[in-house]
Design a protein. Structure first.
Length: 117
């Protein structure tokens, strides 16, 4: 989201994925160059502006992001033995994140299997 805030070109994520490089998505929220806190916004930018498919953006937002910060062994995917961090969306597919811009479709958030929101 920093590139968006600074009106700079986006990372060449499509080219990276095509070459087998795992891409991670995050808000990159910081007080200097990006005040964007919305993952649905970042997800939409990835699909609409960077050429990722909805499925690629989902993997980049979950599994790959967890690995990027060294937490892939305990979160990022729903698997036996992992801590079950996930959310429930108001929509039939994760595509709602990309195509319903400006609206948070999050209905519930679970952390370690417990509903926290």
């Amino acid at each position: 989201a920093t590139a968006y805030s600074l009106r700079k070109p986006y990372a060449r994520a499509r080219a990276m994925i095509d070459r087998g490089v795992p891409v991670a998505l995050a808000t990159d929220c910081n007080p200097g160059s990006s005040f964007t806190e919305s993952m649905p916004f970042v997800f939409g930018l990835a699909v609409m502006g960077m050429g990722l498919t909805v499925e690629e953006a989902l993997v980049a937002s979950t599994k790959n992001s967890a690995h990027a910060i060294g937490l892939g062994a305990k979160c990022g995917t729903l698997e036996v033995g992992k801590q079950a961090d996930f959310l429930i969306l108001d929509g039939e597919t994760p595509a709602i994140l990309a195509y319903h811009a400006g609206v948070s479709p999050v209905e519930a958030v679970f952390k370690k299997g417990e509903r926290v929101w």
